[in-house]
Structures are given as structure tokens and as C-alpha cells.
Design a protein around this ligand. Sequence first.
Ligand code: ATP
Ligand code: MG
Length: 480
Amino acid sequence: MRRIIRKITSYFIPPKKPTVPVYGDEPLILTRDEHNISRSDLDKAALDVLYGFKRSGHDAHLVGGCVRDLLLGLEPKDFDIVTDAEPDEVKQVFKQRCQLIGRRFRLAHVRFGRLVIEVATFRGQGEGQGSTERKDRFGRNGKFSGAAREVDDAGRLVRDNVYGTMEEDAWRRDFTVNALYYNIKDFTIVDYTGGLDDIDAGQMRLIGDPETRYREDPVRMIRAVRFAAKLGFKIEKYTEAPMVKMASLLRDVSHARMFEEVLKLFHSGVAVQVFEKLRHYHMFEHLFPLTDQILSEEQDGFPRMLVIEALKSTDSRIRQGKTVNPSFLFAALLWEPMLQRKNEHLDSGMHHQDALFAAANDVIEQQIKCTAIPKRFTAQIREIWSYQYRLPNRQGDRAQKLREHPRFRAAYDFMGIRVAAGETELQEVFDWWTLYQEKDAVEQVAFANAVERPERSKKPRKNRNFYRKRSQTNRSQTNE
Ligand code: ATP
Ligand code: MG
């Protein structure tokens, strides 16, 4: 009987709500023996900078992704350091090693050989939490430094150079798991915002009111997606709730920054998951509107497969420590829109070469309204595309000329993903090039001389209706 009563009462006791820290709470501090980060995990240059500050009497902490990743047993991408020294003081500590950069966020770059360590000064809050204590907390002399903090009419943060305390610095960061500090003085980990609990719970939680924080900087939405994919975390429900509604704000982000962010998204090693999530939260349509439109019209899943195959190949190269090329990524993401445009130009009577050129121009022109694409990459994208039509014409000494072109390898890999995505008619040409590359110079000549000239009927016009034909075939198969 007693057991039953206990059972019933425990059933009716509401579960204890996890308490989320608020500004002003004492931080949670993990001592050295309570966490797994050891100095041997740290980059030598980062340690040199930390100790440089320590010797000169300044506070210095590792912060952001490196602390998060080390706690999770992952290898950090870079080491960010934050200090109470203002940029000019950082310059005094590191002299000619140090270069001050940035207007929106003034930062110091400290150089050790080829390595550059980014050093930021603790940023203050501006508005919101802690505002009653602003006078004491802004800068050590109670003054604003540099061009201070500025939010434009749309709520976007256009400048953030108000210096503050470590606690303020923590609360203006994006996610709780990115706001953990490793203190070089005593090797403790300091957590103001609940990041350690969120690491345990495996979730990305935005610090502060999500809508305000996304309005300040819409890039935080895609950062949520990137980290969730990379860490295998979920996005906490309040952090997730406004994402779809606010995704269109991504259109207002500077195109140059968007290009950099797109590279971080798709060169993260988890591009496939990132892509799925971007589609899920309706963000992809603001990054690649032309591609998104084609995906929504997709037939038999075919166009989508090409994008997925390209992302899979990018992920696997990154996992193997190989280099990845932004132009390959953009060529793959924009290939279907380019083909569609090209077919329209062909229908209007244009010659193949002109249609390809015009379609490439159209698509690139549209895309740079969302993400910049630096000129050197647009040139490479065009080459990868035009090589798709040149690789089949490999007879005689053409083969060697094609092989020697700097974009050959990317174009060959690109053809590989087309084959993997289902364009089986390209298999033969692709396999031929695979074999060609395995041969020595003498064998290559004989191999290329043995190729027959391609028949006219095999030229790109046949390609035009490829998707249509495929879908018709599949439809008739399913109807049977
Ligand atoms: P990774 O380097 O692995 O991509 P990261 O978290 O270190 O991840 P960075 O872009 O290097 O990301 O930024 C370093 C830190 O700066 C972040 O961890 C976060 O604390 C802060 N930060 C970066 N971008 C923003 C932002 N848009 N808004 C607020 N804080 C940010
Ligand atoms: Mg980082």
C-alpha cells in the first residue's frame, strides 16, 4: 500500500524545471580536476599568447568554439582568446607581433610564425542585462572605447566596441555552449550562461531573447544550424521557434559575409546534414534561391541527388584532410539552375556555346544578389561547367591538353558526382578518364589515339531532355 501511495504522489509532483542562469548570477566554475581540458591539448601559439597576458598582469581566457570542442573531445578549428586588455594594450604586450583589425568588432591578431591568434577585448552589453551597472562596468575607466555599440533601425548590430567585464562578454555571445571560458591563471572553466548544462543536454541555446538576437545578427540562425549539425546537437525549442519566421532576414546580411558563412556551412565536414537543416528551416531558399526553386520542382529526386552527391564528396574530402575548392561547391549547387537556363537559351535558338556562356552569366548574376562570389571563383565555376562538355572530346592530343588544364581535376571530380547522381550515360567517359590518369605518358598517347570521335548525336542536345526522359520512364514504370 505504502509503495502505491509513494508511486502516485511521485506521479503528481511536477518535474523540477531546470533553472537557467540569469545575468548577475554567480558563474559555475569547474576546477582543473573537474574537467578534461589539459594544456597539452592547446595550440602552442595560443598558450604563448595566454602566458604573454598572464606575465603582463592581464586576464586572459580561451573562449568560444575551442573550449566547447575540447570539452566534447573534438579538435578545435581555431583558438580564440579574450582578455581585459584593450586593443592598444594588447599591442603594447605583443608589440610588432600584433596587428589591430576590424571596425565592426575591433580585434587584435597576434602572429606566431604562420599562425595567427585572434584576441578580443571583453565586450559589454550596451542594453539589457546589467544596464543599471553600466557606469561602473564599461571599460576600466568607466568610458566607452572606440566607436562603441550601434544598432541600426532594423535592430541589426552594426558596431560593437563597448568594452566590459567577462560576465557581460559572456552574455553578448551567441550560444551558451560558445560562452565558456578557460582561465589560464588557474585552469578553471567559467560558465555564466548555462553552457555546461547545455553541453550535457546536447543542445544549442541562444543567449537572451531569440528574436532580438536574430534581428541583431541573422547569421546566428545559420550558426545554430551549423553547430547543431557539427556537434550532433538539437536546437533548443525557444531558439528554434522563430527561425522559419525570421529566415528571410538572411537576405539583409552583407553578401561578402554571406559568402564566407556559406563556405563555413558547406565546408564543415557535415554539409549533408547542414543542407537538410537549411531546407527544413527555409533558410536555403535565401542562400540559393535558384537552386531551391529547382529542388522544389524536383522530379524523381534527381536534381537533389546531384547536390547531395557534391556535398557527400565535400564531406569525405574534409574528413580525409584533403583540400576543398569553393568553386566546386558553387558549381555543383548552381549546376541545375544553369542547365535549366541553358535549355531555355537553346530553345530560343542559341548555339550551344553561347547558351552555356549566357546561362552561366545569368545564374552567377542572380546568385551574387545573395552571396558574393569572388571573381577568381566565378571564372573557375565557368571552367568546371564548360569542361563537362569538353571532357568527352578526348581523342588524340586533346586528352593531354585537357589533362594539363588547372581545372581538369575539379571538372573530372564534378563529372564523377554527376555519374554518382545517376547520369549513367557519362559513366564510360568518366571511367576512361580514370584509367587515363593511371597510365604513364606513353600509354596515355596510345590510349587517347584509340578513342573514336564522338558522334554528333551524342552531343549535348541529347542531354537537354535527360531529366524529362528520366521522369517519363520512371512514371511509366510506376504506372505499370
Ligand atoms: P568554430 O570556430 O568551430 O566555427 P566558434 O564558436 O569558435 O566555432 P567563431 O566564429 O570562431 O565560432 O567565433 C568565436 C566565438 O565568438 C563564438 O564561439 C561566440 O562566442 C562568438 N561569436 C561568433 N559569432 C558571433 C555572433 N554572430 N554573435 C555573437 N557571438 C558570436
Ligand atoms: Mg572559433
